[in-house]
Design a protein around this ligand. Structure first.
Ligand code: ADP
Ligand code: MG
Length: 262
């Protein structure tokens, strides 16, 4: 779904934000992008939404190399990839509802439909009864949820979350992660940046670690099935099916017998 092939990105001449970075994320995966401040996490996200183009290498979304994407196709890419920005980018003089439906302006969706769509998403993120509030009337966790709702408005295939727990206490952080996990379970591919070690130590998800612009570690998901365990599962599945078949056959025989004796 997301592929980086030997990507190097510089800011000006002197700052190499990413150096020869390669990784691939499958559709439906939940992956953490970890590294200290300044290691290049936000740069990865900006490349995924074609806010930046690589100096070297290639970024692919699906099978499209987005460096070559014409300007007119960028809006479509940005509907495929929803982003929760590090600084949220919420409009403080707009209500929760207005913030969430903002990306739908100029897309031809009627105000009524936009609101209906937003209502559903606000329920999904747990803000069903906060829609008329302004961002400053909300807690940090709730503001994060508004940004998540807005990122979901186009029902994107990929969701990028740039340090969504950065300013939150531990309990609220886990609530946000639970929410992202529930979104992932519905099929959305998620890439979440964090520099919170506690989150990483407690997760079974795949973890990509960047340091000084280099991908230094790729820890696979503990959930992901190895070929061996898949085979075992398939074996078990087969056994279960055979058992079920035996059961049905037996039932049939019994019925037959009943029929014959009566
Ligand atoms: P992270 O999100 O991990 O904190 P960034 O991707 O924001 O890292 O930054 C990577 C490096 O690039 C840092 O050294 C940062 O100072 C630098 N950098 C980021 N954005 C810019 C920019 N717009 N202009 C110049 N340097 C930048
Ligand atoms: Mg950042």
């Amino acid at each position: 779904m997301i592929q980086f092939k030997n990507v190097t990105k510089k800011y000006g001449k002197d700052i190499t934000a990413l150096h020869d970075v390669s990784f691939s994320i499958d559709k439906g995966d939940f992956v953490y992008l970890v590294g200290p401040t300044g290691s290049g996490k936000t740069t990865v996200f900006r490349l995924v939404i074609r806010d930046l183009v690589p100096d070297e290498g290639e970024v692919l979304i699906g099978d499209i190399s987005i460096g070559k994407l014409s300007g007119s196709k960028i809006p479509k890419l940005r509907r495929t990839v929803g982003t929760i920005f590090q600084d949220l980018k919420l409009l403080m003089d707009h209500t929760v509802m207005e913030n969430v439906i903002l990306p739908l302006q100029f897309t031809g969706v009627s105000e009524k439909n936009a609101r209906q769509q937003a209502e559903e998403i606000l329920l999904q993120v747990g803000l069903g009864d906060q829609k008329d509030k302004f961002p400053l009337q909300l807690s940090g966790g709730e503001r994060q949820r508004v940004a998540i709702a807005r990122a979901l408005i186009f029902n994107p295939e990929v969701l990028l979350a740039d340090e969504p727990t950065g300013n939150l206490d531990s309990e609220t952080s886990y609530q946000i992660i639970d929410l992202l996990q529930s979104i992932n379970k519905l099929g959305t591919t998620i890439l979440m940046a964090t520099h919170n070690k506690e989150i990483i130590d407690n997760t079974k998800q795949r973890v990509l670690t960047v340091e000084k612009g280099r991908l230094v570690h790729d820890r696979p998901s503990a959930h992901k099935k190895t070929t061996e365990s898949k085979k075992e599962d398939e074996g078990e599945e087969k056994e279960k099916k055979e058992e079920a078949q035996e059961h049905t056959d037996k039932k049939k025989d019994e019925k037959k017998e009943e029929h014959e004796t009566s």
